[in-house]
Write a protein that binds this ligand. Structure first.
Ligand SMILES: N[C@@H](CCC(=O)N[C@@H](CS)C(=O)NCC(=O)O)C(=O)O
Length: 222
């Protein structure tokens, strides 16, 4: 296939307002330069059977592209990086690349207190939200990760001048800090602004705000 031939790809996602994992998968596709057809499924019990037919894990995001069906954001990141090497989704330097994979793995498998205490919600802003003390160590660890990257690679993105996989993985965290007005160090606040101004993020947030559905109670990330 010629490099210029448009690639047909489909991404299954759920709510743009609440689904942090959907956002990560979608940003990864943008980083790859892939113009996906979005398939949005409501994430409620009534629709689980439909979702199961699409995604064996019954979770989103799930990508179909070049004959592959890929689910789980880190698998999607690695698949896209292999398929579209020209997109340079990971840092070129092997040491920085290992660092990027480590912090992407850390957000993928950890920070459960942060997830449950501060669920992603792109439609609201809480100026005086009481942050559960159990989430504090997660917030501090994330600040340390970001500050280290911004200092080592010079910002404004985690691995330098261009966004990479790690930025897609941490993007939903930046929105949580904005939503719940979490006080951060100046470099970390600047990083949250960088992500908020990143064109694909603006596109996603605008689409989220236009979504009709509202969930009154949301106490876990879904
Ligand atoms: N580790 C998975 C997590 C995916 C995940 O938890 N997805 C949530 C949406 S944000 C989901 O599909 N939940 C469906 C459900 O709970 O019914 C990944 O990296 O993709």
């Amino acid at each position: 296939m010629n490099a210029k031939t448009p690639v047909e790809a489909q991404l299954t996602i759920s709510s743009k307002t609440y689904s942090a994992w959907s956002l990560r998968g979608w940003l990864l596709c943008k980083l790859a330069g892939l113009d996906v057809i979005e398939q949005q499924v409501p994430n409620d019990a009534a629709n689980r059977a439909e979702l199961l037919l699409l995604s064996p894990s019954v979770l989103v995001p799930r990508l179909t592209c070049r004959g592959a069906s890929v689910w789980d954001t880190l698998a999607i990141a690695e698949f896209l990086n292999e398929q579209f090497p020209e997109a340079q989704m990971l840092p070129a330097d092997p040491i920085a690349r290992a660092h990027s994979r480590s912090i992407s793995g850390e957000i993928h498998s950890g920070f459960s207190n942060l997830r449950s205490a501060l669920p992603m919600n792109l439609k609201v802003r809480h100026e005086k939200f009481p942050v559960f003390s159990g989430a504090r160590p997660d917030i501090e660890r994330i600040e340390t990760i970001w500050a280290d990257c911004l200092e080592r690679y010079g910002g404004p993105f985690l691995f330098g001048a261009r966004p990479t996989v790690a930025d897609a993985m941490y993007a939903p965290v930046t929105t949580r800090f904005v939503t719940y007005a979490v006080a951060l160090s100046a470099p970390c606040e600047a990083y949250c602004r960088t992500i908020a101004e990143w064109a694909p993020m603006r596109e996603w947030i605008a689409a989220a705000k236009a979504e009709p559905e509202e969930m009154e109670e949301l106490d876990v990330e879904f």
